[in-house]
Design a protein around this ligand. Structure first.
Ligand SMILES: Nc1ncnc2c1ncn2[C@@H]1O[C@H](COP(=O)(O)OP(=O)(O)OP(=O)(O)O)[C@@H](O)[C@H]1O
Length: 351
C-alpha cells in the first residue's frame, strides 16, 4: 500500500507542484494518476521513490515513512518505468534487464537466466535479447523497460507515461499486456498518463489532478465518467464520456437473436435478408447482402458474450447489416444484437 498524507511539494523557485495530497493506493491494484500537463503527476510519483523529496506531509510505502529508508534500499523494492523505456543504449537487451539482479549481487549467469525469463514474461522472443535497444521497435523497447523494472520482483511499480511514445495500436497492445501481467503478478502499480482513455482502460482507481497539483477526484473509472466531481473533471474526461462509460455497463438484459448463416464457399440460393458467412469452425467471415450471392461484404466489430455493452453497441453500429455479430470465447458465432435493443437496455437501467 502507498499512502500520501497531506503531501505538498514546493520547488525552490516557489512552484507548488503538489498541494496537500491525501490519497491511498491499495496494494495489488493499478491506480492511474491523470490530468493535464504540469499538474503534479510526475512529482507525486517521484516522491514515492524519493527522486523528489516532499516539502511537507508524509509518504508511506507499506506503512513505512519513505524518509526513514535510504533511497537505494527503497528503490530496490520499487520498479520504475519511464517514457521511451530509458534503456542503456550500449548494453544488449538481455544485459539491460539483468542490470538490477547483477546490482543485487546475483551471479552473471543467474541474472541472465532471470532476464531471459522476464523477456518471455513480457512477450518478447528470446532472440531479441542479443540486440541493442536501437534495434527494437518502440513497443518492444517499452516491453524491455517493463521487464527491467520487474527484474528484482519489486512489490511496487511506478510507471511514468510508459506507453505515450508509441502509436495507438501498439499502445493498446501494451495496455492489454500490462493487464495480463498484473493478473499474474499482483503488484501495486501507480501509472501516470495524460490520456483519459488510457486511464479508464487500465486503472482500477483513477486520480484526476488539476493545475496547481490539486487532486480533483479519486474514484473508480466508471464513477469518474458517470459522476465527475466538478466541471473541471467533466471537461477533462471529455465529450465522449457517455459513450466511454458504456465500457463499464454489464450486458444483463441484452438479448441475443439469430440470423441465417452460410458456410464460406458453399453454393447459395438468393435470399431476401442478410446472411452471415462463417467458416467451418463457425467463425464469422463477413455478410452476404440480400438478393443474389456475390462476394461477402466485410463485417463490423465482433462482440464477445458477456462483455460490457459498449462492444455490443459498436458491433451493431459497425455491421453492414445493422446486426452486431456476437461470438463466444473461442470466436465462434453465437447470435446477433441490434443497436435498438442495446439502447433499450441502457435506457431501462435509468428508470
Ligand atoms: N525541478 C523543478 N523545479 C521547479 N519546478 C518544477 C520542477 N519539476 C517540476 N516543476 C513544476 O512542477 C509542476 C508539476 O510538474 P510535474 O512534472 O509533476 O507535472 P506533470 O503533471 O507530471 O506534467 P506532464 O504531464 O507534463 O509530465 C509544473 O509546473 C512543473 O513546471
Amino acid at each position: 500500500m502507498i499512502e500520501f498524507r497531506d503531501v505538498t511539494k514546493r520547488f525552490d523557485d516557489g512552484t507548488v507542484a503538489v498541494d496537500g495530497l491525501d490519497l491511498v493506493v491499495e496494494a495489488g491494484t493499478i491506480t492511474v494518476f491523470v490530468g493535464p500537463s504540469g499538474c503534479g503527476k510526475t512529482t507525486s510519483l517521484r516522491m514515492v521513490n524519493r527522486m523528489v523529496e516532499a516539502t511537507s506531509g508524509t509518504v508511506l510505502v507499506d506503512g513505512r515513512d519513505v524518509r526513514g529508508v535510504d533511497p537505494p534500499t527503497l528503490r530496490r523494492g520499487i520498479g520504475y518505468v519511464i517514457q521511451q523505456a530509458g534503456l542503456f543504449p550500449h548494453r544488449t537487451v538481455l544485459d539491460n534487464v539483468a542490470t538490477v539482479p547483477l546490482l543485487s549481487g546475483w551471479t552473471r549467469r543467474a541474472a541472465r537466466a532471470r532476464a531471459a525469463e522476464l523477456l518471455e514474461l513480457v512477450g518478447l522472443p528470446a532472440e531479441l535479447g542479443k540486440r541493442y535497444p536501437v534495434q527494437l521497435s518502440g513497443g518492444q523497447q517499452q516491453r524491455v523497460g517493463v521487464a527491467r523494472a520487474l527484474a528484482a520482483d519489486p512489490p511496487v511499480l511506478l510507471m511514468d507515461e510508459p506507453f505515450s511514445a508509441v502509436d495507438p495500436v501498439v499502445r493498446e497492445g501494451l495496455q492489454d499486456e500490462l493487464l495480463r501481467l498484473q493478473a499474474e503478478l499482483d503488484k501495486t502499480i501507480v501509472f501516470v498518463t495524460h490520456d483519459i482513455d488510457e486511464a479508464v482502460r487500465i486503472g482500477e482507481k483513477v486520480a484526476v489532478f488539476r493545475e496547481g497539483g490539486v487532486l480533483a477526484q479519486y474514484a473508480p473509472p466508471a464513477e469518474v465518467l458517470s459522476r465527475p466531481a466538478d466541471y473541471f473533471v467533466a471537461g477533462f474526461v471529455g465529450k465522449d464520456r457517455g459513450y466511454r462509460g458504456l465500457s463499464f455497463v454489464d450486458p444483463v438484459g441484452v438479448r441475443v437473436g439469430d440470423v441465417p448463416t452460410v458456410v464460406e464457399g458453399a453454393a447459395v440460393e438468393p435470399a431476401d435478408g442478410w446472411r452471415l458467412v462463417v467458416d467451418g469452425e463457425k467463425r464469422p467471415q463477413g455478410w452476404l447482402a440480400p438478393g443474389a450471392g456475390g462476394e461477402p461484404v466485410p463485417g463490423g466489430s465482433l462482440y464477445e458474450l458477456g462483455a460490457p455493452v459498449r462492444g455490443a453497441l459498436d458491433a451493431a453500429l459497425s455491421s453492414p447489416s445493422g446486426l452486431g455479430v456476437v461470438v463466444d470465447g473461442e470466436g465462434r458465432f453465437a447470435g446477433v444484437v441490434t443497436a435498438r435493443q442495446v439502447l433499450d437496455v441502457i435506457e431501462g437501467r435509468r428508470g
